[in-house]
Design a protein around this ligand. Sequence first.
Ligand SMILES: [Fe+2]
Length: 201
Amino acid sequence: MYTLPELVYGYADLEPVISREIMELHHSKHHATYVQKLNEAIADQPELQNMSIQNLLKTLMAGDDSALQRAVRNNGGGHLNHSFFWQVMTPGGSTLHTEGDLYGALVARYGSIDAFQQEFTAAALGLFGSGWVWLMPDLRIVTTPNQDNPIMNGQPMPILGLDVWEHAYYLDYKNVRADYCKNWWKVVHWQQVELNYKSTQ
Ligand SMILES: [Fe+2]
């Protein structure tokens, strides 16, 4: 069975970028519901219950379309994506080391970190409806709809991701997704993103 991971920071600790109210709802209601519905979907399938969430998604997405696959796609995707999202944020953000490999690779590809962030934000603003923006290990920026994750399409796990569902920002930013995306960089846990990058190289 899958469980809701504890946050390693408090609900109010990402303020003022993300309010306590949003974090509490997002984690204890939205994410918890994905976990609950995922467990319900596989309740009769003991062979699926002890897989890592990534393996479960890879296994089921490779099969034929079914009600089980759809339930796992939405709720298992929601569980994986949110578990990852909490890890790539930290109170006050953390530093992207200018001497590190990721910094150099991003500058080589995008020209500057600022230019990379602008392109990532533009992808978030261009995403219609609910979904996610991802930075991939090869430094491409990709988007997915709903709770899809690139691993469902045979791609590797991203190294950074941004939740652009309205539930992630509406209470704080109303319809102004641009401000949410712009402010979010202040809480990005770059040191974790560097570790994610390193693990893929
Ligand atoms: Fe979310």
